[in-house]
Write a protein that binds this ligand. Structure first.
Ligand SMILES: C[C@H](O)[C@H](O)[C@H]1CNC2=NC(N)=NC(=O)C2=N1
Length: 101
């Protein structure tokens, strides 16, 4: 997977596959809402496992019943790359199992 900063168009094209994710200048973000605090906590642990597997880590925030991710790629100066989208897709895949929306 090439680690190069994506253009605005490339980001927009990839976001079309992730309708609940957003991109500001240089970060992908998503907030999931869950049924309970423990469900949100369990999802955080699962996301952390995936992040370790990918060796790619978001800023992960646990709220009362929410899990928020903000991610970009540090190794290219904090730009958005395909590694960020790879993580986003992996989290989208695991979220339903936690009842996250
Ligand atoms: C040494 C380690 O492989 C690197 O620091 C990894 C860790 N996790 C990372 N996470 C993110 N978001 N960007 C990186 O460039 C990155 N690099």
């Amino acid at each position: 997977m090439p680690v190069a900063p994506l253009s605005q168009k490339e980001i927009e094209d990839r976001l079309a596959e992730l309708p609940d994710w957003s991109a500001d200048a240089d970060r992908l973000t998503r907030t999931y809402r869950l049924g309970t605090h423990f469900a949100a906590t369990a999802m955080v642990v699962h996301v952390a496992q995936v992040q370790e597997e990918l060796d790619h880590h978001s800023d992960l925030t646990l709220g009362y019943n929410t899990v928020s991710l903000t991610v970009n790629t540090h190794s290219v100066g904090g730009a958005i790359t395909d590694l960020d989208f790879q993580l986003a897709h992996r989290v989208e895949d695991l979220a339903p199992g936690h009842g996250a929306a």
